[in-house]
Write a protein that binds this ligand. Sequence first.
Ligand code: ME8
Length: 475
Amino acid sequence: MAEKNFYVTTPIFYPNANLHLGHAYVTTLTDVIARYHRLVGDTTYFLTGSDENTQKILSAAADAGVTPQQFLDDKVEGFENLFKQLNISYDQFIRTSDEKVHWPGAVALWKKLDAAGDLYKKQYEGLYCVGHEAFITEKDLVDGACPDHGTAPERIQEENYFFKLSKYTQTIKTKIESGELCIIPESRRHEILSLLAEGLQDVSFSRPRTPMSVGIPVPGDTTQVMYVWCDALSNYITALGYGQDETLYKTFWPANVHIIGKDILRFHAAMWPAMLLSAGEPLPKSILVHAMILSGGRKMSKTLGNIIDPQELLQEYGTDAVRYFLARHISPFEDGDITREHFKDAYNADLANGLGNLVARIMQLAQTHLSAPVELEYKPFPKEYTDAFERFEINKAADHVWGRIQALDQKITEMAPFKVVKEDEEKGRGIIIELVVELACIDQMLEPIMPQTSKKIIDAIMTNKKPENLFPRKE
Ligand code: ME8
């Protein structure tokens, strides 16, 4: 199996509110991929974090009656708690308000863009949507408001630094077409290619600095702060010490994959590559663009009140059941609804009756009829499983595992070891050993998706004891 360096990232999340199931989804997806790569021997670096230099914080903190810093610290603690409960194995959590870790690299990158002649000052007027942290156009509005955030944009007239995004349209297009920058899935690759075919416009890259503004000061110009997306995107390299101690940067950049939702595709597949090209740095190898989880047919949003809180599911079902559901039952590439009923049905069918029952059946037989734990031999992963991971299709990898679970259940029924062992003890034991060996193979493949469960199963095999009921049925 391939052994290499593997660098994978999630988006960095806005700490203006608690994380919902959509955020839990992208983080779990990334975690499963990171764990798989560690398992096959790759030196893996997994980055996540929070996008803190955003105007949204100011109003959210004011509403909560606390200082912006208190508000941020509180929310970020909530993020870290959630990630702990989801058993997310990140190597680094970057906060873009961190003046030591993040700011020097963001400033170094800005200076590179400036040195390349790609930043210029311009008087600008436009409609700014704080929800998007981006300018939007008149034609995007519905009844005068941004349809995604339900708020009217601010009309802004100011002098900003502009970044020559237009200059890089053709180069980015060529790199995406050639697969040098791989956009997954195909539908998102088409989407970004059609945007590039229309040509990119230069983009405002700074905002005037006011007593109330947040953000990294533009080097050499105390009147401006960096535009939040320019600052946020650079986290992928500042986290690795870009512009400071570049040891990690030299080891892990370019990223193997940035994992993002389709809502932020153009920032990652157009703006970010352009910034890197301007700075003369290599582009990430791929961008994996997942779809949205809907709730009641609509995008989850605080204003609609249809948010599913991952804490609720974690409390009721536990870490691995939530990880399992997100990994297998959410299609990575198509928007899909999630309901609590669907969650419960999947839990009962696949975990209580499926995996849990299988482990109990086999380990009961092993404990009763074998005098010592079965000796295991290392077996390489099947191609169907590794191919699914190479394509980042973790739901297909999980389908493969559950196919094996079903087949093994079938095998017990067909071979009836519980009967055979009474008639021919040796033969019966032979079958039970075969079942345990296959259970151990399945278990190894479960590790990236359900690490705690996988550990419980291997411990049961190694001690030849039936474990506690792994997934009690929910009525
Ligand atoms: O956009 N279904 O942060 P954010 C699935 N700070 N995934 C969802 C989702 C849903 N309903 N809603 C959100 C930002 N997500 C910027 C990113 S990166 C340099 C800066 C996930 O807090 C999805 O991955 O709004 C989406 O791209 C991300 O959360 C946006 O999180």
